[in-house]
Design a protein around this ligand. Structure first.
Ligand code: 4AZ
Length: 248
């Protein structure tokens, strides 16, 4: 996160860190968001070409420390959207995927002050709405953050974002952009991918977007681009239902 600040413990309890095991310990590679006890939503581009086992850490603040509130799971299923597509030099389309967690002693995520489920949106919010982005990705120093950082961004209209000087018709309806056009330098970046853009509506937090792509980070007229989660709620529900049925 560029232009962010340290998030207090429990502020983003649906925030997940996706990690791969390496010889010198686990390594964070993408964000994710808990949407059901055994399911984490993330970006498809995080999971393509991954051979190794993925672990999902919940309830984390500092990735460098073992923390009392953390809950760690292996991923047992990885489901990428069948229309996920990367067009070189252009955009990531339908950039969404689901991870199923392996229960530990019969349970996946257990709700606590530090681990909670985010709501899925069934509505579209107007341009100008203020939302949060959070993650452990690169900061303006050029290095990723061990501490979970967050920042406030505003939703930008499709029409505005597709203007020639901004993202020039690269956006389709599977994505939207958000940032601070008058205050560049507040943005998501590499390592934040797959993590949530959350907005508050009628008193609850909704995972309205997933960090997907951009042109650099924090650059003027290059707001970050996010997967439009509302467009995928039927896909999400169908994948989860199908997976549960096929296991009975
Ligand atoms: C990336 O490389 C990336 N500024 C993620 C988000 C943004 C740019 C790049 C948005 O994963």
């Amino acid at each position: 996160i560029y232009g962010g600040s340290k998030a207090t413990a429990g502020k983003h309890p649906w925030m997940a860190s996706l990690q791969i095991q390496t010889p010198d310990g686990n390594k964070h590679f993408c964000g994710g968001v808990l949407i059901k006890s055994c399911w984490v939503l993330t970006a498809a581009h995080c999971l393509e070409n991954l051979e190794t086992k993925i672990q999902v850490a919940l309830g984390k603040q500092n990735l460098k420390k073992k923390e009392d509130h953390e809950q760690i799971f292996d991923a047992v299923e990885v489901i990428l959207h069948d229309k996920y597509r990367e067009e070189m030099g252009r955009a990531l389309y339908n950039d969404i995927a689901l991870l199923k967690l392996q229960p530990v002693d019969g349970y996946c995520a257990v709700e606590t002050k530090y681990v909670k489920i985010a709501c899925l949106p069934d509505f579209f919010l107007p341009a100008g709405t203020s939302c949060f982005i959070a993650g452990w990705g690169d900061t303006e120093t050029g290095d990723p953050s061990h501490q979970l950082l967050d920042a406030n961004v505003r939703l930008i209209s499709q029409r505005k974002c597709n203007e020639p000087n901004i993202h020039h018709d690269k956006l389709d309806d599977s994505m939207f952009c958000a940032g601070r056009l008058r205050k560049p330098g507040i943005d998501s970046c590499q390592g934040d991918s797959g993590g949530p853009l959350t907005c508050v509506a009628n008193g609850s937090y909704y995972v309205y977007g997933l960090v997907s792509w951009g042109e650099g980070c924090g650059l003027k007229n290059k707001p970050g681009v996010y997967t439009q989660v509302t467009k995928f709620t039927s896909w999400i529900n169908a994948v989860i239902q199908y997976s549960s049925r096929s296991r009975q």
